[in-house]
Design a protein around this ligand. Structure first.
Ligand code: PMP
Length: 435
């Protein structure tokens, strides 16, 4: 694509000074300078509808977060080795959103970090101390983090990143590609987990944890029906392992049905990790652990995270929780998400390439195929659609093992009026590409 001089200049500057592992979106990279609600604005003042961002979950630059952060950063920012109310007040509030911890007399305990990677890294260390085992089970396209430990069970990083010897992958619970009915999905998935457990045991690692993002977002957005995950989690527990609910994607009301993604499955995880939407863009993440599971770790190993749980991050996190409640964003996600999938589904009548539309709340996957009967994935079309959508002012990305699933995950303030904008842009894009 022909780049204007300003875009070319920034792109070249990036190439010159930033590490080569960074990836830039779009043939014509987007230079964003401002955000508001579900919209982003580029340097030329052009407005984009953000369908990508579950970080700015309550809306870009939400005034409640701006004010909370501003007030706290003017007063004090320090670490968790001094007393401070904000971390305690936030912890009371967030723990109240979790279900009763399951085992008698148990309580939840919170530990804070800055990224989802750190939360998952700590969760696996905790699971290993608790279980005395080393094995970790994850899905075949999962992404759980950047650290050495978490990248070892993040196959989404590709073949250049070796998996740890203690990792076993299970296929994603993909009812569409596996041709499974809702009733078959849970038992089928539990069987795959059983095989992974047997393999870890045969190799002498045992099972420390099964970790899953219950939206299965990098696996191609596969939330499935309520309850199907429970059987697999029981298999892991019977082998002495724990369930780590990675809530970086489905947490904080995104599914609409529940505040936490795992709650759709009627189960209580031993460990819950959070990230992205927790601070609406201010770096903050957390591990919420059942006390009895955490103890083996906390009795022996000190933990200090310089920035984790600092008063500014906690002030942002408190504001996010308040706004989610006050603006009724969970109910909103449920309603608008259903409208959105209905409207997207109607595109299938005119575009043969629309193979499947699925999701929960404001998390939707739209699968593009070369042929609806064979379900042959159309990765090239998906990539071309991304570029077409960008030209029409809609930003999103792709997911899944074949890279053919449009991942539609707007801030939760995405409105009914935005549905039409997206459906029209998608309709035009598919038509322009002859699909
Ligand atoms: N878990 C999941 C499910 C994620 O999607 C991500 C980030 N894409 C992470 C963990 C890692 O979070 P972070 O980038 O904040 O380290």
């Amino acid at each position: 694509a022909e780049l204007d001089p300003a875009t070319r200049g920034l792109t070249q500057h990036r190439d010159r000074v930033l590490g080569g592992s960074y990836r830039l979106f779009y043939r014509r990279p987007v230079h964003l300078v401002r955000g508001e609600g579900q919209y982003l604005f580029d340097a030329d003042g052009r407005r984009y509808l953000d369908l990508y961002n579950n970080v700015a979950s309550i809306g870009h630059c939400h005034p409640a977060v701006v004010e909370a952060v501003t007030a706290q950063v003017q007063q004090l920012n320090t670490h968790t080795r001094y007393l401070h109310e904000t971390i305690l007040d936030y912890t009371d509030e967030i723990l109240a959103t979790l279900p009763a911890p399951g085992s008698p007399g148990a309580a939840w305990k919170a530990m804070y970090q800055c990224t989802g990677s750190e939360a998952n890294d700590l969760a696996v260390r905790v699971a290993r101390e608790f279980s005395g085992n080393l094995g970790v089970i994850a899905t075949s396209e999962a992404y759980h983090g950047t650290s050495d430990l978490t990248s070892g069970f993040s196959p989404a990083l590709g073949s250049g990143q070796p998996l740890a010897p203690t990792t076993r992958l299970v296929p994603a619970p993909d009812a569409y590609r596996q041709g499974l009915s809702p009733a078959e999905l849970g038992p089928w998935f539990a069987d795959r987990v059983r095989e992974a457990v047997a393999s870890l045991q045969a190799d002498g690692f045992g099972v420390a944890a099964f970790i899953a993002d219950s939206a299965f977002s990098s696996d191609g957005v596969l939330p499935g029906q309520r309850g199907f995950l429970a059987e697999a989690v029981e298999v892991v527990r019977a082998a002495g392992g724990v369930f780590i609910a990675d809530e970086v994607q489905p947490g904080f009301a995104r599914t609409g049905e529940e505040f936490w993604g795992f709650a759709r499955h009627g189960l209580v995880p031993e460990l819950v990790t959070t990230g992205k939407p927790m601070g609406n863009g201010i770096p903050v993440s957390g591990l919420f652990a059942r006390e009895d599971v955490l103890r083996a770790f906390s009795d022996r190993i000190p933990y200090f995270n310089t920035f984790g749980g600092n008063p500014v991050s906690m002030a942002a996190a408190r504001a996010v929780l308040r706004v989610l409640r006050e603006e009724g964003l969970q109910e909103h996600a449920l309603e608008v998400g259903a409208l959105f999938r209905d409207a997207l589904g109607s595109l299938a009548t005119t575009h043969e390439a629309v193979g499947d539309v699925r999701g929960v709340g404001l998390f939707t996957g739209l699968e593009l195929v070369t042929d609806r009967s064979t379900r042959e994935p159309d990765r090239d079309l998906a990539l071309a659609v991304l570029e077409e959508l960008r030209e029409r002012g809609v930003l999103t990305s792709v997911a899944g093992p074949h890279g053919n699933v449009l991942k539609l995950r707007p801030p939760l303030v995405f409105a009914a009026g935005d549905v039409d904008t997206v459906v029209q842009a998608l309709d035009e894009s598919l038509t322009a590409l002859g699909a």
